[in-house]
Ligand binder design. Structure first.
Ligand SMILES: Cc1cc2nc3c(=O)[nH]c(=O)nc-3n(C[C@H](O)[C@H](O)[C@H](O)COP(=O)(O)OP(=O)(O)OC[C@H]3O[C@@H](n4cnc5c(N)ncnc54)[C@H](O)[C@@H]3O)c2cc1C
Length: 561
């Protein structure tokens, strides 16, 4: 049975959309401008895509495809009589760089990509083909999430009759060794993808010399277009004792499991690691500057996930800013914050943000404009202030997610080499937080919907999932639909609970397609699932109408059934 979640009756003005979409993996509603189509995303799909360029001789990478470069050549300062080694030279073989390069060759262009040597920990001199997502982000993180979920499953199982003669134990080194073997396999697959697509892979550090020249460790390459796809790296603020802190790269590759860890930060990476270490039975303390976790996400979801994670034993220290890390004589660490000091940590992790990798890339010398935080400024076609230089992915600090980097890379390849100017489409980008319980979200938050549409109906459901009836655990699920009162369009779908990342992908299609609440209501549920609740929520929890004559928003609250 559904119970009513806490009513939010104060309608505060939402934070600037621009800040939100830069800093957080949320959807933003912008006017439609794209002609891009979605592409298959799995590795098996990737490797099955065959490039259209024939590899005939050693010159295959140098076969200039002038007909496809016309647009770029005409207005980017490239000399049409000059020989260039490549049509596209990409710096960085992560999600965006690999996608743009291999689609460039599939459209007939010649392409090369340079990438730093492999390492699980990134630095100025180390990286690896596949980039952050494959080596230090989505993939290894999700593998560790899987590992950590067993503890909860073991607990769940007792109510279903399972008994264990001894407590299950976990071997951290097996997990890390298996994870690292998988990373080696994946980086190899990415190299094959580039090779099969006739993209020349050059190992080394790339640097822009002029608008048509790249230096890789002293070797010079000329190119009609340059793509910067160097991503970002974790950033630890300059506080005393920062040398004792670990970042997300290190947290994914620790030699031993933390006994007691402080995680500083309230964003999605902090919550995911909190879930991982909590699941693996470390004592976890999360320190956040704000009152709530996940700034930029829907307020109800922020409340709900914080409560559920606390119930699983994670201790949140809210409105506390880190001031220093102190190492004690016994090797443990204390974290001094604006409110006091907590002692006895085996590890202190910072997940307080990432910085674009634009240092020492030669960008300032050629006139590429950077934002204050070092991100590359680009137009809607991912073009920088220098006409022959483009940038995609995290280095542009738009929406910092793998599928977005892929979309931007592909749109660029189409624009440059298929005579099909294509803007990435940032409307209704679904995303997930692999916390425990996880979150799936697409479209507008309630606050954004009020700001953009004024009159909205909000449907919420907060219930005990079927599994928890026998397990006896305090797990709950929260679901929310935000509907435009005038058009009946579903503007936002949010869920926190088991499987929500998987569930939200399907609802992402519905929101992107602009389906209405009536379409949701007309859809038959899949029973018994949690997801069916999305098509059976009939009574709004609250109706929010534009400001009344007294200057206050009018909220009519009803009880959800
Ligand atoms: C812990 C963590 C978890 C994440 N989880 C998710 C998730 O669940 N879902 C999701 O969608 N996104 C997730 N992300 C974000 C995602 O990983 C990034 O958005 C994505 O990898 C960005 O791709 P990119 O191509 O812009 O850059 P990257 O993948 O970072 O690739 C940039 C590449 O450039 C290389 N490079 C840098 N400088 C140079 C140079 N001078 N010369 C040569 N090469 C260079 C780097 O070594 C790197 O390989 C996560 C990120 C982190 C850190």
């Amino acid at each position: 049975m559904a119970s009513t979640p806490k009513l939010t009756t104060t309608i505060s003005s939402s934070p600037s959309l621009q800040i939100l979409c830069r800093k957080l993996p949320i959807a933003i509603n912008l006017p439609s401008s794209s002609t891009s189509r979605s592409l298959p995303k799995t590795l098996s799909h990737l490797s099955s895509l065959r490039p259209r360029v024939a590899s005939v001789s050693n010159h295959r990478y140098y076969s200039s495809s002038r007909r496809f470069s016309v647009r770029a050549q005409n207005d980017n300062g490239a000399d049409s009589d000059r020989h260039y080694d490549f049509d596209l030279f990409t710096i960085g073989a992560g999600s965006g760089g690999v996608r743009a390069s291999r689609f460039a060759t599939s459209y007939g262009a010649s392409a090369a990509v340079c990438e730093l040597p492999f390492s699980t920990i990134s630095s100025d001199t180390a990286g690896g083909v596949g980039g952050t997502c494959v080596l230090r982000g989505c993939v290894p993180k999700k593998l560790l999430v899987y590992a950590s979920k067993y503890t909860h499953e073991f607990e769940d199982s007792h109510g279903f009759g399972w008994k264990y003669d001894t407590e299950p134990s976990h071997d951290w080194s097996t997990l890390i060794a298996n994870k690292n073997a998988e990373l080696q396999r994946l980086t190899g697959i990415y190299k094959n993808i580039l090779n099969n697509a006739n993209v020349k892979l050059i190992e080394g550090r790339g640097k822009v010399i002029d608008p048509h020249t790249v230096d890789v460790d002293g070797k010079i390459y000329t190119t009609r277009n340059i793509l910067i796809a160097v991503g970002g790296r974790p950033f630890i603020p300059d506080i005393p004792g920062r040398e004792f802190a670990i970042d997300s790269d290190a947290a994914l590759d620790l030699p031993s499991k933390p006994k007691k860890i402080a995680i500083v930060g309230g964003g999605y990476i902090a919550l995911e690691f909190a879930g991982i270490f909590n699941g693996l039975n470390s004592e976890v303390h999360v320190f956040i500057r704000q009152k709530k976790v996940l700034r930029g996400f829907d307020e109800d979801v922020r409340d709900f996930v914080g409560e559920q994670m606390s119930l699983r034993g994670i201790e949140f220290h809210t409105e506390e800013s880190p001031e220093a890390i102190i190492k004690a004589g016994d090797g443990s660490f204390s974290l001094k914050t604006s409110k006091g000091t907590v002692d006895g940590f085996s590890h202190v992790m910072f997940a307080t943000g990432r910085k674009p990798n634009t240092k020492n890339l030669g960008l300032e010398n050629v006139g590429v404009k950077l934002a204050k935080n070092g991100a590359i400024e680009v137009d809607e076609y991912s073009r920088t202030s220098v006409p022959s230089i483009y940038a995609v992915g995290d280095v542009t600090d738009r929406i910092n997610l793998t599928p977005v980097a892929l979309m931007e890379g592909m749109a660029l390849a189409k624009t440059l080499f298929q005579n099909d100017p294509t803007k990435p489409d940032y409307r209704a980008v679904p995303c997930a937080v692999f916390a425990q319980p996880p979150i799936g979200t697409v479209g507008l938050t309630e606050e954004q919907a009020i700001e953009q549409y004024g009159d909205i109906d909000v449907f919420t459901s907060n219930f005990k999932p079927l599994k928890a009836t026998l397990s006896g655990l305090p797990d709950r699920v929260f679901m929310k639909l935000i509907v435009c009162a005038n058009t009946n369009k579903v503007l936002g779908v949010h869920m926190c609970g088991e499987d929500s990342p998987e569930i939200i992908q399907g609802f992402g299609v519905a929101v992107k397609a602009g389906l209405t609440k009536a379409d949701f209501d007309a859809t038959v549920g899949v029973h018994p699932t949690a997801a069916e609740e999305f098509v059976t929520m009939r009574t709004p929890t609250r109706k929010i109408r534009k400001e009344s004559s007294e200057g206050k928003a009018n909220v009519e609250a009803k009880t959800a059934v």
